[in-house]
Design a protein around this ligand. Structure first.
Ligand SMILES: [Zn+2]
Length: 339
């Protein structure tokens, strides 16, 4: 999911749902110990905002600014691309492997012309017409795939994508990936066209992160957390580089082909969803922050920036993503380029 879907949500009433969400009350009254005058000397845990220098409000979390008595606004840069980051982590792992298929895949993806093409193909899958769009039956669910049959909240489900106004779909990221793989030309000295298609397929492989594998959409509670979390991850992902190597024999999804590798990626990331979402949504306090990924759509919820639990769970999901994406690429080369 990406910017386009957030924009789409504008027109289908998530703004209303967001407004209805309960917001934990801040202690916005005068500080008891000073009788209402902060005077620049607020006690620990309280701070006077620039627009009310004589009052002490509960201090906003790090990197958040109080804009009114009840609102802390997260300040982050809305850019970054976790798809590319995860794919590069996978290529790094493959290049460290002794497996011929792994090394051939890494060499191909690191070729200058091929890299330009696959990065472009990967990016293009989140653009208009290819993005996941809950309002478009042809695209609804296309970036989601739940192979484990368990939702993010622990309930069993037969819905492999996500639930939107009780509409079902035959789409899934698995189908998108399989269709794109069927269009690939030779992977030995791959053409620019094949590299572009490979990048498009890799988009769906790198979508197999916990939200997309557990039906946790932007409609899930709290509304828009899916979107703002995806905006946040690029700002912390560099703290979680790929470590260690990649084994062609041990680990999920090895040795059974491209689709099995994709299914394994979904199953394993699905297991990480509850802890990841809990870290983002529940946190350790009753504070409430807003984010505006696409004005005027506003996310309102737990102030998660800088939360160590969020950082830890994101790190786990990224490490799994490097491994499962590397496995998918190695299986692709093993089955299609090493014969
Ligand atoms: Zn996607």
């Amino acid at each position: 999911m990406g910017v386009r879907v957030v924009a789409t949500l504008l027109s289908v009433g998530v703004a209303a749902a967001t407004a209805a969400a309960t917001v934990a009350a801040w202690d916005a009254g005068p500080d008891a110990t000073t009788g209402g005058s902060g005077g620049g000397r607020c006690p620990t845990g309280r701070a006077a905002p620039s627009w009310a220098p004589n009052r002490c409000y509960v201090a906003c979390p790090p990197r958040a600014v109080r804009t009114d008595p009840s609102t802390c606004v997260h300040t982050i840069r809305w850019r970054g691309n976790t798809h590319l980051w995860v794919a590069n982590g996978a290529v790094t792992l493959l290049a460290r492997s002794t497996s011929p298929a792994a090394r051939a895949a890494a060499a191909a993806l690191n070729g200058t012309a091929c890299r330009d093409a696959w990065e472009s193909g990967m990016w293009g899958e989140d653009l208009l017409g290819r993005a996941d769009n809950p309002l478009d039956g042809d695209r609804r669910g296309t970036h989601f795939f739940n192979a484990r049959g368990v939702r993010y909240d622990g309930r069993k489900t037969s819905v492999v994508t996500y639930t939107y106004l009780w509409k079902s779909t035959d789409n899934s990221a698995l189908k998108e990936m399989a269709t794109l793989v069927s269009r690939l030309g030779s992977l030995i000295d791959p053409s620019v066209e094949t590299c572009k298609t490979l990048g498009a397929a890799l988009h769906y492989v790198t979508d197999m992160m916990p939200f997309h594998s557990s039906g946790y959409s932007a409609f899930s509670s709290p509304p828009l957390l899916h979107a703002v979390a995806e905006y946040y991850v690029p700002t912390i992902q560099a703290a979680h580089p790929p470590v260690g190597g990649w084994s062609s024999t041990s680990g999920p999804g090895r040795g059974a082909g491209v689709e099995a590798a994709f299914v394994a990626a979904s199953v394993e990331s699905n297991k990480l969803a509850p802890a990841l979402i809990s870290a983002f949504a529940d946190g350790d306090g009753d504070d409430s922050c807003t984010m505006t990924p696409d004005a005027p759509v506003v996310y309102r919820g737990y102030c998660f920036l800088g939360d160590p639990a969020v950082d830890r769970e994101v790190g786990r999901a990224l490490a799994l993503g490097y491994d499962t994406t590397a496995t998918w690429l190695a299986e692709l080369w093993r089955t299609k380029a090493m014969t």
